[in-house]
Design a protein. Sequence first.
Length: 491
Amino acid sequence: MDAIISLCKRRGFAFQSSEIYGGLGGFFDYGPLGCALKKNIKDFWWREMVQLRENVVGLDSSVIGGSKMWEASGHVAGFSDPMVDCRESGMRYRADQLFFSPVAISGKTICHLSILDSPQMEEDALAMARSLLKKRGESAAPDKLRLRPIAEATAEELRQIPSPATGTIGALTAPRAFNLMFRTSIGAVSDASATAYLRPETAQGIFVNFQNVLASSRLKLPFGIGQIGKAFRNEITPRNFLFRMREFEQMELEYFIDPDADWCRIHGEWVESRLAWYRSIGIGDKFLGKEVHAQEKLAHYARACTDITFRYPFGVCELEGIAARGDFDLRCHSAASGKALDYFDGDKHFMPHVIEPSAGVDRVFLAVLCAAYGEDEIGGERRTLLRLDPKIAPVKVAVLPLLKNRNDLLQLSREIFLKLRRRWNAVWDSSGAIGRRYRRMDEIGTPLAVTVDFESLENGSVTMRFRDSAEQVRLSIGELESAIGNLVDWK
Ligand code: ATP
């Protein structure tokens, strides 16, 4: 993770927000290369999920919504995470990420505390608890050690648990609900009617526009409405770089279906289709996984939910959630607004059910970087490279004059560059030895480099170098555009 974070800062992918003022926790700014990569990811999602599907349309709804809407959706009352405070340091923790392992030793309970971002870390936490006991000269039978969520701790056990911030035993409070929504107020009046919220998900904007879109677009079930946009959650513990942020972006699709349709099959098809999308942007199967939520852990409105997971350096975590939400959302908004949010099919009218593939742009961005990051040796020199799929690479091609002190090389390479950049994000770079320039491009994932050399001046040919293999081919300047197009354009 450190190598990726450092690459992001060094080469301008992502920076801590307000860094010069000490940084703002949970907020990040995307630099020149970062915003290009992020835009390519979003554009490719939009193409595959909206543009290429005849029965899917797009939407761009407001970020701020009035309190009526968020009360109806259940977010004001229930969009919260359980939180635990350390009384001594004021630090706050997600209670569902705190686990403890109580062991009774000579009649006394000793509790070791672990913070777990993902269930896969359980083994590591248990190993730590074991080694802690060993250090104290205690020998608890290994099968006696098990992790329990802090929410299950009795008052007595809570008094035995050390604070992760200060180590003080008994400094943690019991868990309580913490609402994750950012509240604001609209206009100059500051009474309750002015209260509004920054959306914690883009989905509700789709549900409240269901009738508008239906009436204006002549869609027939099944159909989908897709949206990409910012979402805001006042996360208790933002962490792991771009993985858990307070301001992030989502790519969501609400796919409306007939309540009598085989939702289970349709849900399964979406899971497979989304996995195929991740593969198509260069994320290999060794990184991807599926996690089916157990029935008893489902949100009350969901019938099924499958997460697509990614093996990040810090653990296997959720990349995207694909939920079957029934008609919960439309029903709530219809009841609260008094507006019929029905679908008419001949003499039948009903509320459609919905399948929701919901992905986080920033988590995909981080996954793409983690999957592409590599270090190897080319011609006896070490290099760092991003093996990004050309479809989403921020820069598609670099144009490089072999030497910088030759006007004829500079001029011809500029001509080629100015032509290519009309079609693709291209860069022209003349500074430093050619090998160093190649490596600078490898490090940001540029799939192709075109070098203009003396032979170019003689016979109008250039070399094209491929990032991953470092191999080069020679081709004529006239062939260049179609050769690059074949390699980097979306098919
Ligand atoms: P988690 O359990 O990790 O908090 P979630 O299940 O609450 O996530 P959803 O409400 O299903 O997340 O949101 C859909 C998607 O939005 C997630 O799969 C994730 O990619 C993204 N997402 C959610 N919260 C954040 C966040 N704080 N930072 C970045 N992306 C997020």
